[in-house]
Design a protein around this ligand. Structure first.
Ligand SMILES: [Zn+2]
Length: 116
């Protein structure tokens, strides 16, 4: 059965399990896949870095209070964080590396810094 190269669509001659017509096409194809996943990771890392920068700018003292509106106005994206900490007292902290926050009532937000 004839197969076509996944990269360029040319007919493949040779072994049955070949997916590409040449090494060049295999490399080009794999590079594209890697590039896509790298772009995806880079976008997420940029979001995390931005969130971290915003928290660091506001939370200079290591512990402070702010509002959801203020974070949003600076471009904070609540979807992205590095880890969650559930305390024994039932509080949930969201962390961007060593900068964390806890949601309070009335859209207030407690900012904390983890001692490393
Ligand atoms: Zn090809």
């Amino acid at each position: 059965m004839m197969k076509n190269c996944l990269e360029c669509g040319e007919k493949i001659v040779g072994r049955e399990d070949k997916k590409f017509c040449s090494d060049g096409c295999r490399n080009a194809y794999n590079n594209k896949i890697n590039k896509d996943s790298n772009n995806f990771m880079r976008n997420i890392n940029n979001k995390l870095r931005k969130n971290y920068r915003i928290l660091s700018e506001i939370n200079i003292e290591g512990k402070s209070k702010t509002t959801r509106a203020k974070l949003l106005s600076k471009g904070f994206d609540f979807v992205f964080f590095t880890n969650i900490l559930n305390t024994k007292t039932g509080n949930t902290y969201y962390f961007l590396y060593d900068q964390g926050y806890m949601l309070l009532d009335n859209d207030y937000i407690m900012l904390v810094k983890k001692d490393i």
